[in-house]
Design a protein around this ligand. Structure first.
Ligand code: ADP
Ligand code: ADP
Ligand code: MG
Length: 668
């Protein structure tokens, strides 16, 4: 076995590989870009080497820089993780030439499996069923049109060099074929530098079921069961599980054997995944399955397989790369229970899952517990930057059966929260609460079919319950210097607004949540708050606020929410059911009127400054336009929160701003 390896990757997967290496007594070398000097993966390694700029071409994709780092540190092998150079045949072959073991298959196999047309051809020859379609060399638009007409519609156009769903286009009829072909080619050319495509019959009700496979240099080949990755958006996975739900044992065996057959045909070594598409239009029992593609690396979702089999697939990879035999034979491999993975992304489901950038102010998730695993490469204060994949973490759970695993994941999701940027956490809560998902009725159109339930209108916005909890939080005086409690307890006569000196007192509050202003009023009697919001009122019983957790009772139901303070006592984020809702409590004495109000205006989302209307030193009125920003493909005007002098105006026209950046500071 090796004494030292280099990990040519970043983020959670670099951390995860380090963990296994350390358990096996292997030292690790991290590589990092300018943007990753203080990254977690660097801290987790025994040594680290700076390899270049933040852009991936200048660092994580720079083959020479990585080989130099390997030589300089005396690392004996390179683990490429996933993404980046993991499926780059030129890199694998450069490692082979330099005599450094590459933790993966041979460069020839990567090359063959790297293009979908070749891969399909090889599989077809090996007798593995492939999706009907055209994967020939002819790329003339007229020839493709003819082929398309023969296959019939709907069909899919796929870049042969594709990955991550990029460039895939659904064509519904003959008339739109040429337009979609052009679009697919453009995207493929800019993403992969290769605009060749293949055509495939589009299955209308498919499941994505893939098989984990392994081979070694001694002629052994096994499969480590299947995973269902049908929950996808933009042809990309978000939730995975193992084993595939509702699959009969005969199907499991058959698909596993087909995968092993492929491994043997290829003389494949190390970890790989054979992705199949399964046509479940007539149910799963006798469903036909077709080879779709092979990923010649460790997969993002490999932990669900580890959870049910008890195997460490990175250990397997390292042993195979060191020339050992596979740690287990097919008949020794078994699985127990059920596992799920939920990928937490910095993205906004309500904006078509648009990736988000910004600082992770707080990332809370449950402490270590049995059958729960959180793989992440970030910690509080880290930045999700435009340069890299927006995945924040993977939540992985195991249960004795699917039901128990569902429940466990639900608990983990509810116990987690992110402050600082929009994520898909709330979306995951909705997935795991969805009845059809709970029943195991998954297919690749699941998310689009149930879009309205998974991504309700008010996604990420304060719900009524959130407002009730935030109001109770402020009214009950949880912030130490809270005016209300002090006033209430000590001197109700002293306040400036409409207290009524009855047994019951009413207080009007103004809350700001993002751009939204919320007017609430509450009366208080002991621990009972009668809160009026949007013309209806509700009785909320304050129960406790301990260790940052607020407990209240509404209509006999106990609600629990985590409260995170952001800077001042009047600024909180409420973490509840996957949502992370900021609330700011206006201080009526200070913040209202012309000369008062927010002097500092910050960007509520990332965007670009288009126009600036004022200069530093200008006198402005309250609500005067300051600058025009473009964010989420919309233009919006940022105006003065108060009257006064423009003190700071840190950006210029054309600059990119991040969420939370100071746009203007106005003093009175
Ligand atoms: P899987 O998610 O099943 O492992 P994918 O091929 O979808 O397989 O992606 C694997 C990883 O490769 C992703 O998590 C990401 O890190 C990287 N990746 C894939 N496609 C892209 C892309 N278009 N841009 C950047 N990274 C990508
Ligand atoms: P990538 O390399 O981008 O991962 P894949 O060929 O693996 O591309 O396809 C990605 C996803 O697209 C699949 O998981 C599946 O949901 C969908 N898909 C692919 N081929 C078909 C098809 N023929 N019919 C319907 N859906 C498909
Ligand atoms: Mg794929």
């Amino acid at each position: 076995m090796f004494d030292k390896i280099l990990i040519a990757n970043r983020g959670e997967i670099a951390c995860r590989i380090s963990k296994t290496a350390h358990r096996l007594g292997i030292d690790t070398v991290a590589v990092y870009s300018d943007a990753d000097r203080d990254a977690l993966h660097v801290q987790h390694a025994d040594e680290s080497v700076h390899i270049g700029g933040a852009q991936t071409q200048e660092s994580y994709l720079d083959i020479d820089a990585i080989l130099e780092a390997t030589e300089a540190t005396g690392a004996e092998a390179i683990h490429p993780g996933y993404g980046f150079l993991s499926e780059n045949p030129a890199f694998a072959s450069a490692c082979e030439e330099a005599g450094i073991p590459f933790v993966g298959p041979s460069s020839e196999v990567i090359e063959v499996m790297g293009t979908k047309d070749q891969a399909k051809q090889v599989m077809e020859e090996a007798g593995v069923p492939v999706v009907p379609g055209y994967n020939g060399a002819q790329q003339d638009p007229d020839v493709l049109q003819e082929q398309a007409n023969t296959i019939g519609y709907p069909l899919l156009i796929k870049p042969v060099a594709g990955g991550g769903g990029v460039g895939m286009r659904l064509v519904k009829d003959e008339e739109s074929f040429q337009d979609q072909l052009e679009a697919s080619r453009r995207e493929a050319d800019s993403a992969f530098g290769n605009d060749d495509v293949l055509l495939e019959k589009y299955l209308e009700k498919p499941r994505h079921i893939e098989v984990q496979v392994f081979g070694d240099d001694h002629g052994n080949a096994v499969h480590v069961f299947e995973r269902d990755c049908s929950l996808q958006r933009r042809y990309q996975k978000v939730v995975e599980e193992a084993p595939a739900p509702g699959v009969p044992e005969s199907f499991r065996q058959e698909i596993g054997e087909a995968a092993v057959q492929a491994v043997e045909e290829l003389d494949y070594t190390n970890a790989g995944t054979i992705e199949f598409i399964v046509d479940v239009a007539d149910g799963i029992e006798e469903a036909p399955f077709y080879f779709m593609e092979m990923n010649t690396r460790l997969q993002v979702e490999h932990p669900v397989t580890e959870m049910i089999t008890g195997q460490d697939l990175v250990e397997w990879q390292l042993r195979v790369a060191a020339g050992e035999e596979l740690p287990a034979r097919q008949e020794e491999l078994t699985f127990d229970g059920h596992a799920f993975e939920a990928r937490l992304y910095a993205e906004n489901p309500a904006k078509d899952f648009l990736p988000q950038t910004g600082k992770i102010q707080r990332f809370l998730y449950p402490d270590k517990q049995d059958n729960v695993r959180v793989d992440t490469g970030v910690r509080d204060g880290d930045e999700m930057s435009i340069h890299y994949d927006p995945m924040i973490a993977k939540f992985i759970v195991r249960g004795g059966n699917r039901r128990q695993a569902l429940r466990k994941m639900h608990q983990v999701l509810l116990g987690s929260g992110i402050v600082g940027l929009t994520t898909n956490l709330e979306f995951h809560v909705n997935v795991f609460e969805h009845e059809e998902f709970q029943k195991g009725n998954v297919e690749t159109n699941f998310i689009s079919n149930h879009r309205h339930q998974l991504i309700p209108e008010d996604y990420g916005q304060p719900s009524r319950e959130d407002v009730m909890m935030a109001t109770t939080y402020f009214l009950s005086g949880q912030a130490e210097d809270d005016v209300f409690r002090n006033d209430m307890v000590h001197d109700p006569w002293n306040v400036s607004d409409n207290w009524r000196m009855n047994t019951v007192m009413t207080k009007n509050l103004k809350l700001l949540s993002g751009e939204q202003e919320l007017a609430v009023s509450g009366t208080c009697e002991e621990h009972l708050y009668e809160i009026e919001y949007e013309d209806t009122s509700e009785t909320v019983e304050f129960q406790s606020f301990e260790d940052g957790v607020l407990r209240v009772r509404v209509d006999g139901t106990e609600l629990q929410s985590r409260v995170v303070l952001r800077g001042t006592k009047r600024d909180i984020s409420l973490l509840y059911r996957g949502r992370s809702i900021p609330f700011h409590l206006y201080d009526p004495g200070v913040e209202e009127g012309e000369g008062v109000g927010e002097g500092d205006v910050r960007a509520s989302m990332p965007g670009k400054v288009l126009k600036i209307r004022v200069e530093e030193g200008d006198e402005v009125e309250k609500n005067a336009p300051i600058l025009v920003m473009e964010a989420m493909k919309m233009e919006m005007t940022v105006s003065a929160g108060r009257a006064g002098t423009v003190e700071e105006l840190p950006f210029s026209e054309g600059d990119q701003v991040k969420e939370g950046d100071l746009l203007v500071s106005i003093s009175s």
